[in-house]
Design a protein around this ligand. Structure first.
Ligand code: ARG
Length: 270
């Protein structure tokens, strides 16, 4: 019902793309021989931050470290629910050192950080969705990490298997609209996981491959506004039909690293 969706103010953690680059290839989007325009990336990123603030959200920043070109993807550093922080153990050795500055940031803000024992990439694969946590596996985060996350939070963890390397993190194939509903790209999931999503979310908003390849599922919703890649036009239309308000934000320069809006945004849930 248009107009009836209610936004909730959020607290986001982001990292400026000062040292952003594509220097290695750990997903099919990354081509180190294709140049990245860092000043364009910085402008796009600043627009994202300004857009969040314009919509009433709190945005905090962690200092970027030289030599960590993917550190801008703050979502991968942890998952935070009810003020409890479960950190990351990155799959790629190139990204493992990112955990140090992120953990230092959380500690400076008064949080303890629980270290995973198995590979686990924060909100990239662990998506808090109201009463449970949706958890991706197949490319990065392991089943063993899902078990650790459930034990740590005491919240049911629902494992979903990703099958398409372009959608290597759960947050490239699905995002949470509000506590009741999600949007996703069905073909990114194994048949059984697709069925799980159909059972949990009979009213889900589904997306086309074009929407997904445009990083349309790598969106952030505050319950009313959906910060979404401008090329994901079909999905934006479907969201508007359901009463959400799409807010286009172009992060095209980050697509070269396999990331988009959500990847750049860690939500601190208190
Ligand atoms: N280059 C990064 C990687 O492959 C991109 C991470 C994108 N983040 C995300 N939440 N999907 O690890």
């Amino acid at each position: 019902m248009p107009g009836s969706r209610v936004a909730r103010r959020r607290r986001y953690l982001v990292c400026e793309p000062r040292h952003f680059a594509v220097r290695y290839a750990i997903n099919p989007w990354m081509h180190p021989d294709r140049p990245v325009d860092v000043s364009l990336a910085q402008r796009q990123w600043r627009t994202l931050v300004a857009t969040y603030r314009d919509h009433g959200h709190t945005v905090e920043t962690v200092n970027p470290e030289p030599g960590l070109p993917d550190m801008v993807f703050a979502a991968n550093a942890a998952v935070v629910v009810e003020g409890r922080v479960f950190g990351s153990l990155f799959c790629a050795p190139e990204r493992r050192p990112e955990s140090v500055p992120y953990e230092a940031w959380f500690k400076s803000e008064g949080f303890d950080v629980q270290h995973p024992e198995s590979v686990c990439e924060g909100e990239g694969d662990l998506v808090p969705a109201g009463r449970w946590i949706l958890a991706g596996t197949g490319f990065r985060t392991t089943r063993e990490a899902h078990r650790e996350v459930q034990e740590f939070f005491g919240i049911p963890v629902i494992g979903l298997t990703l099958v398409d390397p372009y959608f290597y993190h759960l947050d490239t194939a699905l995002f949470v609209l509000d506590d009741e509903n999600v949007a996703y790209y069905p073909d990114a999931f194994s048949p059984g996981s697709r069925e799980v999503l159909e059972r949990l979310y009979p009213d889900a908003v589904t997306a086309t491959r074009e929407d997904a390849m445009a990083f349309g599922l790598n969106s952030v919703s505050d319950g009313r506004h959906v910060f979404i890649a401008p090329e994901a036009t079909a999905l934006a239309g479907r969201l508007a039909d359901r009463g959400y308000v799409p807010v286009p934000v172009d992060l095209s320069e980050f697509h070269k690293a396999g990331g988009g809006i959500k990847c750049c945004t860690q939500e601190i849930r208190s």
